[in-house]
Design a binder for this molecule. Sequence first.
Ligand code: GDP
Ligand code: IMO
Ligand code: MG
Length: 433
Amino acid sequence: MPNLVVVGAQWGDEGKGKVVDHLAQSADMVVRYQGGPNAGHTVCFRGREIILHQIPSGILTPGVKAVIGCGCVIDPYTLAEESAALRRLKISYGRRLLIDSRAHMILPYHRMLDTLQDKQRGKRRIGTTGRGIGPAYQDKLARVGIRAADLLHEDIFMDKLRRNVAAANFVLMDRYKADPISFKSLAEDYWKVTRPLARMVGDGSAVVEQELKKGTRVLFEGAQGVHLDLDLGTYPYVTTSSTGAWGVGPGVGISPLWLEQVVGVAKAYTTRVGMGPFPAEIEGSESEVLRKLGAEYGATTGRPRRCGWFDAGLLRASVRYNRFTALVVTKLDVLDSLEEIKVCTGYSLNGRRVREFDAAHAVELEPQYITMRGWRQPTGSCRKYRELPLGARRYLRKIEELVGCPIALISVGSDRTQMVEMKPGALKWLKSG
Ligand code: GDP
Ligand code: IMO
Ligand code: MG
């Protein structure tokens, strides 16, 4: 039975939530393997919209089990809000969600430090989501982090928290001249908010492997995107986790040899939130056109997303790093009204032609464009490839040709049903679903 890794192929917000929700309709389990509430995965469900930050998007499908893997960082306050949003949709997941005991916890001082650190970077700020992601992973690497397992033992938890609050207060007061936090009130409040989670804590690694051994259908849901990866992204303008398919092994606690297929989700154009290089970015007021058409505002922070054209060089790097079997292209409908659409086919660097995006020289890459005629017809109600306007089909085939990877699915709207199969055979998941 197939398993599939779903990876954001650009700089995040490609529509992974929608794609995972769609594919999860034939899944048994969905697993998040990295990141935390910096993610904002939107799913349109029964005409309503829900934004999931930490709970895997497959949770909306009845019967699908969900796991938050050991490579994730967890904010219990955000999780409580997500939980309330799901309850409002009358979705109960109590017994279906498992939190790996090795996952690290985000504490309120991580959030404070995230904001203060980024502010202190001044002109070099990363523009983080302010969710405490970087500082929580810093504690993990410094081997002082508090893990989900610690929520099962009050004395161990309190002991670790006391030491970490003292360390955080030193930095807050000494480096940032900020007010210290009170251990007592934090400890009481945090212990209270984490009680409902304690019963969901278990061995995610063993549970996922058991499913894989049984041959059930497991989806791995990536957060952020390939070019925000800590190692391969546009460092230092990256997040602090391994966003690509290579993150699944350590982020779930399974051997990479279990993985069968990897699909990359890419928008029909490109967006980025926060700072950092973006060769195919549209400068000035022109980018407002795409921002308006695509409602490009961050699902987590509400910040306007930077917008640009589809960048084939960026995708070539994503395909190579991940060995994508296929792509899912989202938000095609956003381009419906444009007269002309540009596509970045590669770059020039000091007069030399460069085919693949190179993070080490990202700011020097000069994008090379071709211009294609728009199709100027709505695509939102198309459900079959041949129903798409000729111009849209040409555009998609051009993307396949430039990137060198087949497109399995095309998303033409935010609703679960607004999906068109282009080359379903490229994805084993769809063939056997
Ligand atoms: P994610 O982080 O990759 O899950 O993406 P986000 O949820 O942050 O951002 C994607 C946005 O685009 C959400 O508002 C989705 O509802 C919306 N969306 C997803 N697919 C489509 C599509 O094909 N067309 C349109 N118009 N919107 C889409
Ligand atoms: P999803 O899963 C888009 C960006 C931030 C910032 C950088 C580091 O919804 O695609 P962090 O808070 O992680 O330390 O911020 O990464 N970023 C995202 N951009 N989508 C996301 O998630 C993101 N998560 C983080 O804007 O530039
Ligand atoms: Mg998002």
